[in-house]
Ligand binder design. Structure first.
Ligand code: HAM
Length: 420
């Protein structure tokens, strides 16, 4: 029996990988314009890192982590998100001693044991960015501007940015208690999950997508009415900065994130194109996180984009694979051997050349050249080799020109748009 991939974990195949590469390149281009450098951290971390940062009572830590013990009895977990590992690396490598502001981005697979469906997988890719060291609301707006610019560069416009403020350790506890009191009176109408978590994680109840919970929490106290002066001023400044940069957004006081480390500004990029998995990107501020993980008391803010969701929106197959600059069709043994050497010589100077590896008919070789969308084709047979001349056919213009075989590389360097 053939062995298949694990449920919820997908292969990314030629034909679709081009869309991924396109999006990744756009992200690298845009992020570097904003001064971000890439950071790569291991896929596996100590389980404790995620329990302490994401929060013991979150869905991720309670139900979704791929945790295991290794042969030395260490409790390890496949990373379910990128922020905690980046903070761990930041602290461990004392990056704050190199620069008071660290702007880092990352790209890689994350793992959550969720119920797979369209846009929700057990291995999924995040493209994330984090800024550590700045409390100013200018940075909140810059991070959102960068996200906005990336979506523009990627050609995805059917998204809406929702922002909220979740307060801070000074103002959230009082709000939290008011919310618990409110929910207690409506307990019977809440879903099972919310009945269980309304004491430990009451803010999540306001964000619950179950219709009964949405109705029950209609008149719930709003987090934005309970911000302390400092948080209110910060959130107002974020919005002023967003308006100054012309970044469209809506304030959504019911948006609560599924990770516990957030304070103040939180946000989601949502779309109506993906059904219930409507968040394409999400993030926020986590000012106490670095310190809680044993680092210096530095603020931070960031986001992660779900790449599968982005690819679904972009539409696979829209970005074409690279076309060969030239396809060398050969007839006969001597010509095949010559074509093989020519291909290698062309590739060495940066020209994408293809040949056929089997001795097929000319017709079937040209069919393959067409399938690959080769820009030029060159037919080599005994006569061409003897005369040292051949016909170079421009496949887009359907025109052929005679060329000197000894000057093929030079000619292609002049013609091929992709030549190095
Ligand atoms: P998150 O909201 O858990 O935040 O995930 C961010 C994004 O990853 C989601 O909006 C979604 O697009 C994608 N995503 C999450 N789970 C799945 C899944 N099972 N399948 C496919 N895509 C998924 C975080 O992870 C935070 N670390 C973001 C952050 C960075 N906050 C501050 N800095």
């Amino acid at each position: 029996m053939a062995i298949n991939a694990i449920k919820g974990m997908n292969d990314i195949l030629p034909g679709e990988v081009e869309t991924w590469q396109f999006l990744e390149q756009k992200a690298r281009d845009v992020f570097s314009l904003h001064g971000f450098s890439e950071i790569r951290t291991p896929v596996v971390e100590k389980t404790e890192l995620f329990c302490r940062s994401i929060g013991e009572t979150t869905d991720i830590v309670e139900k979704e982590m791929y945790s295991f013990t290794d042969k030395s009895d260490n409790g390890l977990t496949l990373r379910p998100e990128g922020t905690a590992p980046v903070m761990r690396a930041f602290i461990q490598n004392r990056l704050h001693t190199l620069d008071p502001v660290s702007k880092l981005y990352y790209l890689g697979p994350m793992f959550r044991y969720e119920r797979p469906q369209k846009g929700r997988y057990r291995q999924f890719y995040q493209l994330g960015a984090e800024v550590i060291g700045v409390e100013s609301p200018l940075v909140d707006a810059q991070v959102l501007a960068m996200l906005h610019q990336f979506f523009g560069a990627a050609g995805i416009d059917s998204v809406q940015l929702h922002i909220n403020s979740l307060g801070c350790p000074a103002c959230r506890p009082a709000y939290r208690q008011q919310l618990i009191d409110f929910l207690e009176e409506r307990l019977a109408t809440l879903c099972g999950d919310c009945q269980r978590r309304y004491q430990t994680n009451p803010l999540r109840v306001v964000d619950c997508k179950v219709p009964g919970c949405q109705t029950a929490t209609l008149g719930a106290p709003s987090v934005l009415d309970h911000l302390c002066q400092a948080c209110e001023t910060h959130f107002a400044a974020v919005q002023t900065n967003m308006r100054a940069l012309d970044i469209p957004y809506v304030v959504n006081a019911r948006m609560v994130r599924g990770l516990d480390y957030y304070v103040r500004t939180t946000f989601e990029m949502v779309t109506d194109q993906l059904g219930s998995q409507n968040a394409v990107a999400a993030g926020g501020r986590y000012d106490g996180l670095v310190e809680s993980l044993g680092g210096p008391p530095l603020p931070g803010i960031g986001f992660a984009i779900g790449l599968e969701r982005l690819v679904l929106m972009k539409g696979q197959g829209q970005i074409q694979a690279k076309r060969p600059d030239i396809f060398l069709a050969a007839l006969g043994e001597a010509a095949s051997a010559h074509a093989f050497v020519l291909m290698a010589q062309l590739q060495r100077v940066g020209i994408y050349a293809e040949i056929d590896y089997t001795a097929k008919s000319l017709k079937s070789q040209l069919r393959r050249a067409n399938k690959l969308k080769a820009r030029y084709t060159l037919v080599l047979g005994d006569t061409e080799l003897e005369q040292g001349r051949a016909e170079l056919k421009d496949m887009d213009q359907s025109e052929a020109r005679p060329i000197d075989l000894g000057r093929l590389i030079e000619t292609m360097q002049q013609l091929a748009p992709t030549a190095a």
